[in-house]
Design a protein around this ligand. Structure first.
Ligand SMILES: Nc1ncnc2c1ncn2[C@@H]1O[C@H](COP(=O)(O)OP(=O)(O)OP(=O)(O)O)[C@@H](O)[C@H]1O
Ligand SMILES: [Mg+2]
Length: 356
């Protein structure tokens, strides 16, 4: 059942995820009815504690789930070029595995690009990085060998690699982590995708390189009209670079809304707790996963709200029945029975190490 009662925003969607369920380890429900849309050129941040289902959600949209994990429900739709009818990548309830390899090849790398945390593992160690980019360009953009070479050097320049002709002939082991991530970004955007998914793409890099890569993503976004799904543990990154933020908890989206509004007045107690944790000490440079208590076991079936036992605002009815993702004013959504009461209201402090 769709939870998108009304359009999230006015932009035509490049990606719509509707009621996505993903199971791991032969049936454990790790992602639950995840529903969101990303508009053309929009930057959306995806945050949440470790294990909340961020990567499984991204990988579902790329058709690259790990072995043993599968889409067990929902629908993922890719938008088409302006004015065209959207393509339905999956029928309602269909599993991603039903999407043929050929169909995925037409989407992955061409309409949706991706960069992950460990660039080295996505590159072939025995081929030069130039060869890997030209292969993508020849297959994905149907360029000749000479055209692909010229375009590859342009792309390496565009992603800020100095001496791109030299880099072209180098092997992955000859490049630093930051350079490899730039190569991966060049490959990811080489066929002008509508959406780039960056799953903790800067987490393993030092702070200076991290800032440069984020700046690069913003520049590519402006130049190519690229939409961005940015998974991060850093709320400062979300504040700086995302129009909208999605907050995941224990497999579910618990909050969604424009970044400035959500960060200024969170509607879900989990978001509020994340912000309080981030505001202790250096803003935003802290991991998110230090909220008191622990999330439920992956796949645990609870009668009510999955955050209730860690929530400073929980009341009896929070644990009595399922809590839906409610639409709020201003294009916001929250999976909380008391969101309106929280907005703008002073709430009990959440302190590090305290139990609730
Ligand atoms: N290949 C797998 N096999 C079994 N369980 C998995 C697999 N991949 C993920 N899971 C489980 O699914 C849940 C969600 O995982 P996911 O990787 O999406 O989390 P995440 O939000 O990306 O976390 P992190 O911030 O640590 O990257 C976790 O409980 C995880 O243990
Ligand atoms: Mg992850």
């Amino acid at each position: 059942m769709s939870q998108l009662a009304e359009p999230i925003d006015q932009l035509p969607a490049v990606l719509t995820v509707d009621g996505l369920d993903v199971t791991v380890s032969g049936g454990v429900r790790a992602v639950r009815e995840v529903t969101f849309a990303i508009g053309r050129g929009e930057a959306v941040g995806l945050v949440g504690e470790s294990g909340s289902g961020k990567s499984l959600t991204c990988r579902s949209a790329l058709g690259v789930l790990p072995a043993g994990c599968e889409v067990s429900g929902g629908r993922i739709t890719l938008g088409a070029a302006a004015g065209a009818e959207p393509d339905t990548a999956l029928g309602p309830g269909a599993e991603l595995t039903a999407f043929s390899r050929k169909q995925w090849d037409a989407v992955r790398g061409r309409r949706v690009g991706a960069v992950f945390q460990d660039p080295a593992s996505y590159l072939n160690p025995s081929l030069t990085v130039g060869r890997q980019l030209t292969e993508q360009l020849r297959v994905g953009a149907a360029l000749s060998r000479a055209e692909a070479h010229t375009r590859a050097v342009e792309l390496f320049t565009a992603v800020g690699l100095h001496r791109p002709e030299e880099v072209f002939h180098q092997y992955p082991h000859e490049l630093s982590g930051g350079m490899l991530q730039r190569v991966l970004i060049a490959i990811a955007v080489s066929c002008s995708p509508e959406l780039l998914i960056a799953d903790e793409a800067t987490t393993a890099l030092d702070v200076v390189i991290q800032a440069e890569i984020l700046e690069l993503l913003q520049r590519l976004r402006a130049e190519q009209g690229l939409a961005l799904l940015l998974v991060t543990h850093d709320l400062a990154v979300v504040a700086e670079s995302c129009d909208r933020v999605l907050v995941m908890y224990a497999g579910e989206i618990v909050e969604d809304g424009p970044t400035a509004e959500v960060l200024a007045s969170p509607a879900h107690p989990y978001t509020e707790a994340l912000l309080r944790v981030a505001s202790i000490g250096a803003w935003g440079r802290r991991e998110l996963d230090i909220i008191p208590g622990r999330p439920p076991e992956t796949g645990a079936e609870l009668p009510g709200c999955r955050f209730a036992d860690r929530c400073a605002h929980a009341v009896a009815r929070c644990t009595e029945g399922p809590v839906a993702l409610h639409s709020l004013d201003g294009g916001r959504r929250a999976r909380c029975l008391r969101p309106a009461g929280l907005l703008g209201e002073a709430t009990a402090p959440v302190t590090e190490g305290a139990s609730v």
